[in-house]
Every structure is written in C-alpha cells, then in structure tokens.
Design a protein around this ligand. Structure first.
Ligand code: CDP
Length: 239
C-alpha cells in the first residue's frame, strides 16, 4: 500500500500576485504521484491535454527498461549486469510519452509488452537500483526543459521536480485499486509493488510535503481531472 497521510495539504501560495492570465504565463510543470492503479496515468494524460502540454509516464520508462532487461535475458536481480545494459540503451518518446509510444534502442514497445505480467513482477526490482533511477531521472528532467509537462510516477514531486509548485498525490483505497486493475484484465500484484516502492532506499514513494492529495476512491476520472485543473488554476493565479 502507498504511504498514509491522506489529508489534503494546501499547496504553497506565492507572495506576489500578478495580473497575467493563466495562458500568458509560462507552461507549468505538473507532478502527479501515487500508488499503483490509483488512476494517475489517465488523469495525468487528460490534464496534459487540457493544458496543451506534453504527458510523460515515468513508470512507462521504468517498465520499458524492465522489458528490455528481460528481453536481453539479463537477470533483474543482477545489478551490475542491469547497469551495464542501461549504459548501452537509449530511450525516446514523443509528445505523449506513455504506454505505446516509448522506444528503447529505437524499438517501439507495444502496450501489451509494457504491461505484461513479467514486467509487473520485475519492474519494482529494476526501479530500486540507484543507477537506473539516476539515469531515468536525468531523462525525465530533460523533458522539463521544454514547454511544460505533466509527469506521473512515484517520485516526481519529491525528487524529479521538487521545485514545482504544482504537485499532486492521487490515491485510492487498496480495494478500489485492485478492482480497477482487474477490470483492465491485467494480472498485477499491486500490493507487492506498493510495498517494494514505498520501502526501497532510493527515492521511495512518498506524499510530497506540499502536494495536494486527492483520494479518487469515490470520484470519477472527470471529477479528479477537474479538481486537479482547478487547483492548478488557483495556484497559477498566485504564483
Ligand atoms: O500504472 P502503475 O501505477 O501500476 O505503475 P507505473 O506508474 O507504470 O510504474 C511501474 C513501476 O515503476 C512502479 O511500481 C515503480 O516500481 C516504478 N516507478 C518508479 O520507481 N518511479 C517512478 N517515478 C515511476 C514508476
């Protein structure tokens, strides 16, 4: 399970209020974190589309590399071999960097590949390796140099973009999350992944200190998207 602390924490409010409208300000970097199957990917993609910025699934990148490790018959538990493969691997994706658009060494990964059960089983092992994290975090920050983005994952507000004022943590009860994954027809031990992701030494899943926490258990996707967009608009008025 993800960390507790499900209270809604008001995001920090900047001092100077300026009169430029939201569209005149530089595009925002929006960080959306949360445990497995909390719906953050769907929400993040829709928020990105509403804001007209790039969507990046950081989990998609960890998944893509995990798929590559397995494809190359490297043992996910053999850190040195995994890190060696990482050094020889390139990643890329376009303006919608998620399932179905990420390429590894020029190979486009199909959605079935990236969400395969063997990837689900091994991704948290690969994602706990510090060298893997630092390389992928560097790739993720490079996206932030462009024109704003919405990135979702586990450490986006805490590690990748700690300075952005637009931080969200999307949660849902374990039962609802299990149910959502089952409805997708995907075999995924989300409780195990959450435990591994929350307890690892390198960038564990946490609720960023100044994040707006949304419990999506009883909300529709539209309601979550609307509440995230409303919080961003309010923040932007004040930054
Ligand atoms: O879609 P779901 O929430 O189940 O997972 P995901 O976002 O695709 O992430 C898959 C796995 O990648 C997670 O269980 C983590 O082990 C890892 N991950 C991470 O360590 N850091 C991130 N920023 C994103 C994902």
């Amino acid at each position: 399970m993800g960390p507790d602390g499900g209270k809604v924490v008001a995001a920090k409010v900047g001092e100077g209020h300026d009169r430029r409208s939201m569209s005149e300000k530089s595009p925002p970097i929006v960080a959306i974190d949360g445990p497995a199957a909390s719906g953050k990917s769907t929400v993040a993609r829709r928020v990105a589309s509403a804001l007209g910025v790039v969507f990046v699934s950081s989990g998609g990148m960890y998944r893509a590399f995990t798929w590559w490790v397995l494809e190359k018959n490297v043992d996910p538990a053999a850190n040195a071999a995994v890190v060696e493969l990482l050094g020889a691997t390139s990643f890329d994706c376009g303006d919608d960097c998620g399932v179905g658009t990420i390429t590894v060494d020029g190979q486009m990964l199909a959605p079935e590949a990236i969400s395969a059960e063997r990837v689900n089983r091994n991704v948290s092992i690969i994602a706990a390796i510090p060298e893997v994290r630092s390389r992928l975090v560097a790739e993720q920050r490079a996206y932030g140099q462009s024109n704003g983005l919405v990135m979702e994952g586990r450490d986006i507000g805490s590690v990748v973009f700690p300075d952005t004022p637009y931080k969200f943590y999307i949660d849902a009860s374990p039962e609802v999350r299990e149910q959502r994954r089952r409805a997708e027809g995907i075999t995924d031990s989300i409780a195990e992944r959450d435990k591994a992701d929350s307890s690892r030494a390198a960038s564990p899943l946490v609720v960023p200190e100044d994040a707006v926490v949304v419990d999506s258990s009883d909300l529709t996707v539209e309601e979550v998207v609307d509440s995230v967009l409303a919080a961003i608009a309010e923040q932007r008025d004040q930054v």
